[in-house]
Design a protein around this ligand. Structure first.
Ligand SMILES: Cc1cc2nc3c(=O)[nH]c(=O)nc-3n(C[C@H](O)[C@H](O)[C@H](O)COP(=O)(O)O)c2cc1C
Ligand code: SF4
Length: 445
């Protein structure tokens, strides 16, 4: 099925706009918890196969196969945890916040099915500290699910008795705690510093036990996958990415917002059809495709589909260059163009000062670096300072090459991907808009 055929299909946002959609009675009257009832008639390996078949890929940013991740739990694991990553802090991204507010019961059901599948008895939701309203809504939904017996009570299943507890944990406002191992440290009551990997959380995660960390949107797709089948979900998407995709569009479009769209819709259709075009009908300069850590696309590249693999490999997109003429290699044969990331699309018109935009992004990552590794701690500071002086028209000769040099020095040399979150967009902005940066060198009298 192509993206046009899937137009209109809503999964995780289908209850947006329904009165009291956050209440259990409304959720169950619309078919809620039917997925769980079906799930417990099957053995966990059969459910895992269904999720694998669905081609569901993680919506937290990296697009890793969910079924594959679940299958990494060691057979001999004595205790398994499931953690929902609701820390959403990537600039430009505001989808999980809406999902939590409108449909917390879909998340709870998704987590319950996921827990049954991977053998978890106690699951956690780690919610961003600033999301106070959503935390209240989610806690109220958890309380309702306990009262109704979905949580905290034994269910007879094809695999024997199953009971799940869910605890909501509020973060304290650090972007780095969205990184899964920093999140686990924070949940344990330690400083939110990322851990060296391996071991990956599936083997040694929360309290040193096998742990699955999944994004809110990822888990909310699970009830429908079970109810309607992995094949149904896979067919909605593209060859290797099943289902729909939520994008949160901001910037210079006439109709910004959070949209659930067919996987693979091109950016052109998103901007000019779904979002009504550019404000004032000005020319487009470019866009950030999936949160501020993703390299931008320029106006000539908007026919690329919004989909995990296409954004990395579409031959119509130029290679990102580390320096002029030197392509930046992500390793493993993958050339970095950009990535679908978190779904946060930021559209900018021809009036945009891209150097100032890039400098703002760099200051964010410099501020949020946890400081454990030198390339990230020092490098993000350099990127922020040099970009900021360029934006002020005070760039020094060699500054543009210096930015590329520092960015290449960060990428691949850090404990977690926050380093790349700064380095990749830096390289992307330099490749796509190098002229804008060069114009900002200080004029020597
Ligand atoms: C610096 C950093 C911040 C992150 N922030 C988030 C976040 O806020 N929410 C999220 O779901 N994933 C975030 N991730 C990705 C998580 O580490 C993890 O890959 C994800 O939660 C896995 O879920 P998924 O497989 O369902 O995508 C972040 C990663 C990095 C490196
Ligand atoms: S890359 Fe940056 S944020 Fe990640 S562990 Fe190293 S210093 Fe901390």
């Amino acid at each position: 099925m192509g993206w046009q055929d899937a137009k209109g299909t809503k999964i995780v946002t289908r209850n947006f706009g329904v009165a009291n959609s956050h209440k259990l009675a409304v959720y169950t009257s619309g078919g809620g918890w039917e997925g769980f009832k079906k799930a417990i008639t099957a053995a966990p390996p059969a459910l895992l196969d269904e999720v694998k078949k669905s081609n569901l890929r993680g919506r937290g940013g990296a697009g890793f196969s969910t079924g594959m991740k679940w299958s990494f739990i060691p057979k001999e694991a004595k205790r398994v945890y499931l953690v929902c990553n609701a820390d959403e802090s990537e600039p430009g991204t505001c989808k999980d916040r809406e999902l939590l507010a409108y449909d917390p019961h879909m998340l709870i059901e998704g987590m319950t099915i996921a827990s049954y599948t991977v053998g978890c008895k106690h699951a956690y939701i780690y919610i961003r500290g600033e999301m106070m309203r959503e935390a209240k809504i989610v806690q109220a939904a958890i309380d309702e699910a306990y009262e109704a017996g979905w949580l905290g009570r034994e269910h007879a299943t094809a695999n024997g008795p199953f009971k799940l507890d869910i605890t909501l944990h509020r973060g304290a406002g650090a972007y780095i705690c969205g990184e899964e191992t920093a999140l686990l440290n924070s949940l344990e009551g330690q400083r939110g510093w990322p851990r060296l990997k391996p071991p990956f959380p599936a083997v040694k995660g929360l309290f040193k036990e096998a742990t699955i960390v999944n994004n809110v949107e990822t888990l909310m797709n699970v009830p429908d996958i079970v109810l309607k089948g992995g094949d149904w979900f896979a067919k909605l998407g593209t060859a290797k990415s099943g289902g729909t995709r939520i994008v949160c569009v901001s910037g210079h479009v006439k109709k910004p917002g959070v949209y659930e769209l067919p996987m693979g819709i091109p950016f052109r259709d998103l901007i000019y059809d779904v979002c009504g075009g550019i404000v004032g009908d000005r020319p487009l300069k470019g866009l950030i495709p999936g949160g501020s850590s993703m390299p931008p696309l320029d106006a000539s590249e908007i026919d690329v589909p919004i989909e995990f693999d296409a954004l990395m490999t579409d031959p119509r997109i130029k290679d990102v260059e580390a320096k002029p003429g030197v392509p930046f290699d992500l390793g493993g044969g993958r050339r970095l163009k950009t990535m679908a990331g978190s779904g946060g699309v930021v559209v900018f018109d021809d009036s945009t000062d891209v150097v100032a935009l890039c400098a703002r992004i760099m200051r964010f990552y410099a501020h949020e670096s946890c400081g454990q590794c030198t390339p990230c701690r020092e490098g993000t500071g350099w990127l922020a300072r040099v970009c900021t002086r360029l934006a002020a028209g005070d760039g020094r000769p060699g500054d543009v090459d210096l930015l590329a040099h520092v960015a290449v020095g960060i990428a691949g040399n850090t404990i977690c991907a926050l380093g790349e979150a700064a380095a990749w967009p830096m390289l992307g902005f330099l490749t796509k808009f190098r002229g804008d940066f060069e114009q900002r060198l200080r004029k020597v009298a």
